[in-house]
Design a binder for this molecule. Structure first.
Ligand code: SF4
Length: 617
């Protein structure tokens, strides 16, 4: 009995020695991940491996193996059932390169933040290595990289349309979206002796075949969307119509002489299922073999995930495509049990850094009309307006936060997850509690732009709604006697954004006494609507032509406008104003003081050189 407890609370094995300590001579499933092994529910590999362990399977985790060395994959031997392969919590290309396609020199998911521990296109590289190490072993790919590249897609780094990652990796099955249900079914069915090629109808999976399932929606082929942006937009629109997990049909996309088959998305998990997952015996620590700190762990070690999914539907965001539009919330009891566990750790000092999910104030919310939900085609429940069927009841979130605050070991509870401020008018008490108890001085919010032309492309609320929120935030904070401020997150170079729009945003920031700390430069990540528009130059739904900032120069100038308060941005801003004949704005942005243009010029040139496009394959 004691042995079993030890097994359940220890880390999962990462090498043959740790397997032997458990008395195992063989694994059932070998997990391979591009991230370090952190035994915490915020990390997908640990969560899924613990879930299989709880069903009696023997699982091991190979974290950041050397993809060039087949022996690195054999350290725990050939698993009995299959290898489950993921790039990690991020797409490996997003992890490796900036929006300007420069190599990043750090990796938050690696001990010491060191870059270079995972390959480019990690899913493809790891799958090839597994196939080299274990001939004939079934391979199942998943995680965000596989999920968002499941269909043929535009790849910003190669600047071309790539085939489905399933085809390129030659994996047997692909799991997309949240993987718990599909992974459990695959594992049980393979364990029962079912052949791999009979696993054909599992929700949330994709595979390649020469057959054409009856009733499947046929998308333009990989070859067609590579050759034509109109075909690309048609494929995107057809795919978007099949994202409702309750009513979606099977998709078929030809790639050469084979068909990629994508089953409907997985059904959302129920509260009881989520609670069960978060009750699994995570140690909540990185594997003890690591001697250096892992930045991503430091960021979330004292945070609590209260829910998953987001019904915001922002055009640039991948969450809806990965976690789904349905918000799935844990019960209060489950969250409080996790807080008990967190507060019993020696290194916990009473501050919870976050209670949230993709959007903090969506806890407990959802569609109140099950019939409408089953056939709903709206990409967002709150844009362009709040759907009449949406339950915006604030009590669940208020009650949860109140109980967390009352916990005997908790001194402070902050909300670091994003807030949808267009929902706050329906949540007045939540807003009041947020300001009074849960802001650590600075509240980060993401209007992303304050130009209504751009927010319309982004599917975000416009400037008027943000201004109303800002005024209320400042007024309530003052009434409470609290010195706290809003830090706006804004994107430069999003499709639809022109220099004129960015001037409008800069003036808005100036007039409302706001400063941007960090500019997020738009990166066309796989699978999003914004990426589709970036590639095709048109909105796939309306067919409307949309301006795309593509040149290094325009990208540099747009970014500079958001940072008008920094002296080094002045030369670029003056150049931007000259191009659009808005020189008079300089006075407003900089006051009466004009920058020394000669002095600024060399900086501008060197930036331009550094931002030169790299050729990445
Ligand atoms: S019917 Fe309304 S609330 Fe329900 S899922 Fe659709 S948009 Fe959301």
């Amino acid at each position: 009995m004691q042995k079993q407890n030890q097994n359940q609370t220890a880390f999962l094995p990462t090498n043959d020695k740790e397997m032997k300590e458990r008395g195992w001579d063989e694994l059932d499933v070998l997990f391979i991940s591009g991230d370090a092994y952190i035994d915490h529910p915020s990390f997908g590999t640990a969560l899924l491996a613990r879930l299989l362990e709880s069903e009696g399977f023997r699982v091991g985790i190979l974290a950041q193996p050397d993809w060039r060395d087949p022996d690195a994959f054999r350290t725990m031997g050939r698993p009995r059932l299959f290898a489950a392969i993921s790039a990690g919590a991020m797409d490996s290309m997003v992890n490796h390169y900036t929006a300007a396609k420069k190599i990043r020199h750090n990796d938050a998911y690696t001990p010491g933040g060191i870059a270079g521990k995972r390959p480019n296109r990690a899913v493809i590289a790891y799958t090839a290595a597994v196939k080299g190490a274990f001939k004939g072993l079934p391979t199942v790919i998943g995680g965000i990289e596989a999920s968002l590249r499941r269909l043929a897609h535009y790849d910003y780094w190669a600047d071309k349309v790539r085939r489905s990652i399933l085809i390129d990796s030659k994996a047997d099955l692909l799991i997309f979206g949240m993987a718990e249900t599909a992974l459990l079914e695959i594992t049980h069915r393979l364990d029962n002796g079912e052949p791999l090629d009979t696993l054909r109808e599992i929700k949330g999976t994709a595979f390649a075949t020469k057959n054409s399932p009856e009733g499947a929606i046929k998308l333009p082929s990989f070859e067609q969307i590579s050759a034509s942006t109109d075909a690309y937009n048609r494929a995107f629109k057809l795919t978007s119509e099949q994202e409702n997990p309750f009513s979606a049909k099977v998709l078929l996309q030809p790639h050469g002489n084979r068909n990629l088959i994508v089953n409907p998305p997985p059904l959302p998990l129920k509260e009881v299922d989520l609670d069960r997952i978060y009750d699994l015996p995570f140690t909540r620590q990185p594997h003890p073999s690591y001697s250096k700190k892992i930045p991503a762990f430091e960021q979330i070690r004292n945070s609590i995930t209260s829910h998953r999914g987001c019904f915001g539907g922002c055009a640039f965001c991948a969450i809806t495509h990965h976690q789904g539009k349905t918000v799935q919330s844990r019960s209060e009891k489950s969250i409080l049990r996790e807080i008990d566990k967190l507060s019993s750790q020696n290194d916990f000092h009473g501050t919870i850094s976050d209670v949230g999910g993709p959007t903090a104030n969506m806890y407990g919310l959802g569609c109140g009309n099950p019939t409408a939900e089953k056939i709903c085609q709206r990409p967002s429940c709150i844009y362009p307006d709040i759907c009449k069927n949406l339950i915006t009841e604030e009590q669940p979130a208020i009650s949860l936060l109140r109980k967390v605050r009352q916990h005997k070991d908790i001194k402070h509870t902050f909300i670091a997850s994003g807030i949808r401020y267009d929902l706050l008018p329906t949540q007045p008490q939540y807003f009041a509690d947020l300001l009074q108890y849960h802001v650590s001085g600075l509240l980060k919010v993401a209007p992303e732009s304050t130009s209504d032309r751009v927010t319309a492309v982004m599917r975000k609320p416009g400037a008027a709604i943000f201004t109303r929120f800002l005024d209320q935030f400042r007024q309530h904070s003052q009434e409470l006697g609290l010195r706290q401020a809003v830090v706006p997150y804004l994107i430069s170079n999003h499709p639809g954004s022109t220099l004129e729009d960015m001037v409008e945003v800069a003036l808005y920031l100036k007039h409302h006494r706001l400063k941007v700390e960090q500019v997020q430069d738009f990166t066309p990540t796989p699978g999003s609507l914004s990426t589709c528009i970036y590639h095709t130059g048109r909105d796939p739904f309306s067919g409307k032509k949309i301006h795309i900032p593509r040149t290094v120069k325009e990208r540099r100038l747009q970014k500079a406008l958001l940072l008008f308060h920094r002296p080094e941005a002045k030369a670029d801003i003056l150049e931007a104003l000259k191009i659009i004949h808005r020189e008079e704005v300089a006075k407003e942005l900089f006051g009466s003081q004009q920058p020394d243009r000669k002095k600024q010029q060399p900086q501008k040139n060197s930036k331009s050189k550094g931002a030169r496009k790299r050729n990445i394959k």
